[in-house]
Design a protein around this ligand. Sequence first.
Ligand SMILES: [Zn+2]
Length: 241
Amino acid sequence: MPSQIELLVQLQQVDQTLRANTQAVGAGEQRVAELEDAYRTKAAATDQARTVATALSARQRELEERLSAAESKMKDRRMRITRIRNDKELGLARREVDLLKEEITGLETELQQVYEQVEAATAGLAGLEGELKGLAEAREAEAVALKDTIARLGADIERDRSRRQALIDTVDAALRQRYEMILSRRGGLAVVPVRDGTCQGCRMRVPPQLYNQIQRNDQVILCPSCQRMLHWEPAQEEASE
Ligand SMILES: [Zn+2]
């Protein structure tokens, strides 16, 4: 029948494993959530870039149609000029051709700019789509890995929870309360071994009288310096001797 301090050592081991496994699952879940966020942000940017590219393409088509219309009008007016005999009419027709020339030059200049913008927008969109695909793949891979982790650790966590409950049932209620209190105050370490007469929690030497008591491992003794519960590890003491 293990003593109370031996039960507390076991309880702390189970608690440490439980904490590590729960943290591993939590870290995996957080990683998937981060990738999910990154994906959503990138997807929004991609949608916006697609809207811009679509609007630019529409503008390009509109300018091309206007240019084509102005060019056929100009062709038509030039043919008419050859048939005009009246000076006044000729002057008006030439003025119209000049205006059309101006319009065509303006449209060509604007189209050139739009072509460049369309090219840049298309390249930008392709880049974003590539990044988005990469993020989707990373998220997928991470989700699969997390599923594995949960499957692997889930059973361990379940087993440790029942072990913890079984141990708690055998530990004295007041001691358990004290254990929980030290655990929360002392960064997850409530029970520490004594080696070579030194508390391994705070590295202070324990008084010789206390040391003899600890070696019996039959009662719960607190370190006078850090207040952690002390236990004796014979195997390690022998190994160090
Ligand atoms: Zn100590």
